[in-house]
Design a binder for this molecule. Structure first.
Ligand code: IMP
Ligand code: MG
Length: 176
């Protein structure tokens, strides 16, 4: 099936307004702590870049990338790192910045992998939460927007590596 860009779901202005709120909450909650922000490539890169520039507290930043699994591979849902963090997490306050939590498998696995290094705390900040699709329960300490069960692109999120550069979030729709 072919797809095309559909109607906007969340505008650029709405995204930026929510990021200001999230950054204010994080700047307060992580004051006087040892914040290490971990951006999950590639989807969270644009969200991460806007979010951390709004923080008013010191932080360090690093990147990880996770193997993805196709929708057909329900048996194997323990994605591994394709890029692990380059800094030691022991005793750090780790904030994972994600683009979207869908089934939850990726973030559950990522939390397990990061916990192996004994951080002081781990929390998740996800731009989007497709809560209806959840297969495994997992806390999302900071959430930008809860969205319905539709495929979205833009603002870092892709379909076949396209649309990541858009400033807003849009639905993807079939092109007949
Ligand atoms: P989960 O393990 O099912 O929670 O998968 C989360 C990952 O699936 C995200 O990091 C995205 O890479 C991808 N994903 C899930 N839903 C969407 C969507 O609507 N648009 C783009 N990517 C998505
Ligand atoms: Mg992702």
């Amino acid at each position: 099936m072919r797809y095309r860009l559909g109607p906007a779901l969340i505008s650029a202005d709405e995204i930026q307004a929510r990021i200001r709120e999230l950054a204010a909450a994080l700047s307060s909650d992580y004051r006087d702590r040892d914040l290490l922000v971990i951006c999950v490539l590639k989807g969270a890169a644009i969200f991460w870049a806007d979010l951390v520039r709004r923080l008013t507290i010191p932080c360090q930043n690093d990147f990880v990338a996770m193997e993805s699994y196709g929708d057909g591979t329900t048996a194997q849902k323990a994605p591994r790192f394709t890029k692990a963090a380059g800094v030691n997490l022991t005793d750090r306050d780790v904030l994972i910045v994600e683009d979207i939590i869908d089934t939850g498998h990726t973030i559950v696995r990522l939390r397990e992998l990061l916990q192996l290094q004994a951080p002081r705390s781990v929390a998740v900040c996800s731009l989007l939460d497709k809560v209806e699709r959840r297969e495994v329960a997992t806390p999302i300490e900071y959430c930008g927007f809860i969205i319905p069960n539709v495929f979205v692109v833009g603002y870092g999120l892709d379909h076949a590596q396209q649309y990541r550069h858009l400033s807003h979030l849009a639905r993807l729709e079939p092109a007949f």
